[in-house]
Design a binder for this molecule. Sequence first.
Ligand SMILES: [Zn+2]
Length: 112
Amino acid sequence: MEKSILGYKCTKCAQVHYPNRTLCRKCGHNEFTTLPLPKSGKLLTFTHLYTLPADFEVTSIGLGIVELDGGTRITGQLEIEKPEIGMKVRGDVKMVRNDGYNNYYGMVFYRA
Ligand SMILES: [Zn+2]
């Protein structure tokens, strides 16, 4: 089954949040329903990290902030050789980290 990252949609104003919040950022309501976030969007900004915790399997990662279709922003790893701000990307949910006890899943983005 294809994995998804869940967003939290306000039941009053339909604003989608990620990660989850106690109160809606837009209207202050406190009830949400979950929905899978879209997996395509555009790259807003990015950086490259070279000093990672020991439980990462790679020596460096690209990290980007992506505005998904619908406007929700999410941080994810970039598997893109030469990222450009504003480029279209598509995401996939993958295991990004394993500390020996748990697998951590996150969004990994590729050139669309
Ligand atoms: Zn709301």
